[in-house]
Design a protein around this ligand. Structure first.
Ligand code: NAP
Ligand code: MG
Length: 476
């Protein structure tokens, strides 16, 4: 059994969960320990105790440790990418790419350690100097979802450590394998005991214990809107700092003047790759009337040609849905769409393949109107809907007509409309002639409205969340 890593030791547990391959349920990847609430408290206590030692480590040693973690992830990207794809179900290319990204994130923050700056100013009062410095926040609770089992933990853990904090990491229950492998690498990087802790287990037990522990100064969470709202309410009630990334219902606008093949590529990539299980997936395709029939017929052709299959098979383009419950949700939404009068153009059926997995043929709906639930609620599967727009202004209004605001895309050859869209799209990220999903790690990531709460993740902007500002006055 793979144990939890608490206070610098591998700690056993009473219970464990089996990690199952969604491409083939007969493939059991391993058993992973479930931390108790008591073990979670031990981890938080150890992290609090380690804060002083971690701060004294100094930038060179801290950067070296982060660099070592990044280097090992990069060197083992094929092996760990295979594990990731095996437990989560994204294709091998996507799994390896994700581990490479996690490596790059650790290396980026190794450099960031040297760029933690302060300011010094003269006071408005003669004889005084003012300094503004950034300090670590303290113990950070990190709670992550299953759909990016390496990249999301990396983009929270690396900055938390770089800016001098200690970490309690609780991964999603469905993907303990990647989390454990990452923790094992971190455990050999030379960090003082207690600086980094892995506590696997149920969100309602281990996650909840982290939310409630007064020694956890800040919570960085990514996951569903329902749990996100609970995290915000619980953390703010005890005045903990909180950063929450939740769902999306991301629009991709296709204007009449768009380059057809490029727009279809953006839609196909954005809607269905990673089995549509991305918070930035383009689940609403808002297509101007003049290009609508050409766009839809080409997209249907390309969607039907997608090869759905075992995540580890070389020819697979779309892996399985992550588990039975998510598949049930996807199928339920497909029924909801049909019942509401939307026209299912292709897909939407569970595929019986030779392996026992959760395979769903990507589904595309037309005749969708904005009031339908499939146009408003996040499905989080390979299901996309097409809405018709009468003009650019109409398309923009439809794009913004959502409780979410993560990513928003447009395909057009008009500089005027692209420029206007970048200015008026109500989203944290705007994409012009490129899929709504697919982001860099050195620039801010996050959304508006119901998608996000708190400050942005990634790049140097992560300092907002992972540090607190101090203003010091010195009389000369
Ligand atoms: P989820 O069900 O909300 O779970 C997220 C994490 O929260 C898991 O580790 C979960 O543990 C934990 N959790 C559950 N209940 C908790 C509680 N009471 N207290 C503390 N933690 C608790 O989300 P998911 O199903 O893993 O992921 C899919 C969702 O993530 C989608 O909605 C997607 O849009 C969103 N997402 C957003 C972004 C973004 O950046 N905006 C990126 C990726 C994914 P368990 O695993 O034990 O349930
Ligand atoms: Mg969930």
């Amino acid at each position: 059994m793979n144990a939890n890593y608490i206070a610098g030791e591998w700690m056993g547990a009473n219970g464990s969960v089996e990690n199952i391959n969604p491409s083939d349920c007969s493939d059991m990847i391993g058993e992973y320990a479930q931390a108790s609430t008591e073990q979670t408290s031990i981890a938080v206590h150890a992290a609090s105790q380690a804060l002083g030692a971690w701060r004294e480590t100094g930038p060179q040693a801290r950067a070296d440790m982060l660099e070592r973690i990044g280097a090992e992830l990069a060197a083992r990207r094929e092996e760990l990418g295979t594990l990731l794809s095996r437990e989560e179900g994204k294709t091998l290319a996507e799994g390896i790419g994700e581990v490479a990204r996690a490596a790059a994130i650790f290396k980026f923050y190794a450099g960031e350690v040297f760029r933690i700056r302060g300011e010094r100013m003269d006071s408005v009062r003669p004889g005084l100097a003012v300094e503004v410095t950034r300090e670590p926040v303290g113990v950070i609770g990190i709670i992550t979802p299953w759909n990016f089992p390496m990249a999301i933990p990396a983009w929270k853990i690396a900055p938390a450590l770089a800016y001098g904090n200690c970490v309690i990491f609780k991964p999603a229950e469905l993907v303990p394998g990647s989390a454990w492998a990452l923790a094992e690498i971190i455990s050999r990087a030379g960090l003082p005991a207690g600086v980094f802790n892995l506590v696997m287990g149920k969100g309602s037990v281990v996650g909840q214990a982290m939310l409630e522990n007064p020694d956890v100064a800040a919570i960085s969470f990514t996951g569903s809107e329902k749990v996100g709202r609970h995290v915000i309410a619980t953390a703010t009630a005890r005045m903990a700092k909180v950063q929450v990334e939740m769902g999306g219902k991301n629009p991709l606008v296709v204007l009449d003047d768009a380059e057809l093949d490029a727009a279809v590529d953006c839609a196909l990539q954005g809607a269905f790759h990673s089995t549509g299980q991305r918070c930035t997936a383009s689940s609403r395709l808002i297509v101007e009337r003049g290009i609508h029939s050409r766009f839809v017929s080409r997209l249907v052709q390309r969607t039907q040609a997608l090869r759905v299959g075992h995540a580890l098979h070389a020819q697979t383009q779309i892996g399985p849905v992550v588990d039975a419950s998510q598949l049930g949700q996807d199928l339920a939404y497909i029924q909801i769409g049909k019942d509401a009068g939307a026209r299912l153009l292709c897909g939407g059926e569970r595929l019986p393949l030779r392996h026992d997995g959760f395979y769903l043929q990507p589904a595309l709906f037309a005749d969708v109107v904005p009031e339908m639930r499939i146009a408003r609620e996040e499905i989080f599967g390979p299901v996309a809907c097409v809405l018709v727009a009468d003009s650019y202004e109409h398309a923009l209004a439809l794009a913004n007509d959502t409780p979410y605001g993560l990513s928003s895309g447009i395909c057009t050859q008009s500089l005027k409309h692209a420029t206007d869209f970048k200015r008026r799209a109500q989203a944290g990220m705007v994409m012009v002639n490129t899929p709504t999903a697919g982001v860099d790690y050195h620039v801010p990531f996050g959304g508006r409205k119901g998608s996000s709460y708190g400050s942005r993740e990634q790049g140097s902007h992560a300092a907002e969340f992972f540090t607190t500002v101090k203003t010091s006055y010195t009389a000369s």
